[in-house]
Ligand binder design. Structure first.
Ligand code: GDP
Length: 364
């Protein structure tokens, strides 16, 4: 599955947000019992109205949304890259994530202490990015040293790694995150394997006051500007509102949202933004027993998509009977779509499209 690490300075609302995320009715609606894998790891159902529609048409007994994992990563402080306090563990945790949700304090509240004594989300973002850059530099130095002998021995992979590490190092020494390095297609895999912290895509989460959840405020406007300049994205959320919503049932939550002038829960927007940031898409499997959503990367072939369900589906893949979501819904189900000639038999080279309803045929 895909993993988002929640990071941020202390006292910015990370835990509040994490708790809201993992306790919300949507998170628990799934057939899976809600699981907190570890105290700081939670799985969240990805909200998708299309899945409910498909289940309604197919009269599916159960609905199983696809899920995203969030990891609440302990507060970062200046000096984390030096391994002080929780620093090392913090960095190890971020390395394992696919993307970073960076929570920034955009709310004013005299009762909540800011570690640096002022509310300045852009400065906070820089503090954290600096720590991540320093950590990357340190790990690059270590790895370069370790690779010297292999390079002398003529190891091709080592030569490639050194070349990429040098490129990352140059960017970092220039005060820029490693994500600014432009990587050729043939280097992409090796680049990703380096697991540099500052190559992870970042979603800035502006935690604003309750009254500002719809429009944001001056602080979040500055974050928006910064995110755009970096090519990262941002969402505006009030962690406190989300916490309140997470304790309501669906109808109550809807009423509450309307009262606050919001058309969608911030958590839904956050999850969707994460999906977009990671170039993720959804396909569906639909039958009388269950309607289920599955997550893939954009550009995934049919056999790889089948492999998300089970490795055997990928190995023995024959073809995927495919109906586009719109056809399934407009025509009123699988049988009708088939009769209308809208069920395609797709082979190994087929690139799955967002919303496809798939039925895999495979050898066992
Ligand atoms: P963390 O250290 O980043 O995990 O921050 P917490 O989630 O523990 O929040 C720190 C404090 O800020 C708590 O007392 C929260 O109740 C408070 N807090 C979190 N979000 C908001 C918010 O949007 N507005 C206000 N006024 N307080 C908040």
């Amino acid at each position: 599955g895909f993993k988002m690490g929640i990071v941020g300075m202390p006292n910015v609302g990370k835990s509040t947000l994490f708790n809201a995320l993992t306790r919300t009715a949507a998170a628990q609606a799934a057939n899976f019992p809600f699981c907190t894998i570890e105290p700081n790891v939670g799985e969240v159902a990805v909200p998708d109205a299309r899945l409910d529609k498909l289940a309604e048409i197919a009269k599916s007994k159960s609905i199983i949304p696809t899920r995203m994992t969030f990891v609440d990563i302990a507060g970062l402080v200046k000096g984390a890259s030096k391994g002080e306090g929780l620093g090392n563990q913090f960095l190890a945790n971020i390395r394992e994530t696919d993307a970073i949700a960076h929570v920034l304090r955009c709310f004013e509240d005299g009762d909540v202490t800011h570690v640096d004594g002022r509310v300045d989300p852009v400065a906070d973002a820089e503090t954290i990015e600096t720590e991540l850059m320093l950590a990357d530099l340190e790990s690059i130095e270590k790895r370069l040293q370790n690779l010297v002998r292999k390079v002398k021995g003529g190891d091709k992979d080592a030569v490639q790694q050194v070349r990429l590490l040098e490129q990352a190092k140059a960017a970092l020494e220039d005060g820029k995150p490693a994500r600014v390095v432009e990587v050729d297609d043939e280097d992409r895999k090796a680049w990703k394997m380096l697991q540099l912290l500052t190559t992870k895509p970042v979603l800035y989460v502006c935690n604003v006051g309750e009254a500002e959840a719809a429009e944001g405020n001056a602080h979040s406007a500055k974050v928006a500007e910064m995110a755009a300049a970096q090519g990262n994205s941002h969402v505006i959320i009030s962690a406190q509102i989300e916490e309140e919503i997470s304790q309501l049932d669906d109808d109550e939550a809807q009423m509450f949202l309307e009262e606050m002038g919001l058309d969608e829960a911030g958590l839904d927007r956050l999850i969707k933004a994460g999906y977009e940031l990671l170039n993720l898409e959804t396909y569906f499997t639909v039958g009388p027993k269950e309607a289920r959503a599955w997550t893939i990367r954009q550009g995934t072939t049919a056999p790889k998509a089948a492999g998300v369900i089970h490795g055997d589906f990928e190995k023995g893949f024959i073809r995927a009977e495919t109906i586009a979501y719109d056809d399934f819904v407009t025509l009123g189900g699988e049988q009708a779509a088939k009769e209308a000639g809208k069920m395609r038999a797709e082979g190994k080279g087929y690139i799955v499209k967002d919303g496809d309803v798939l039925h895999f045929l495979f050898n066992t």
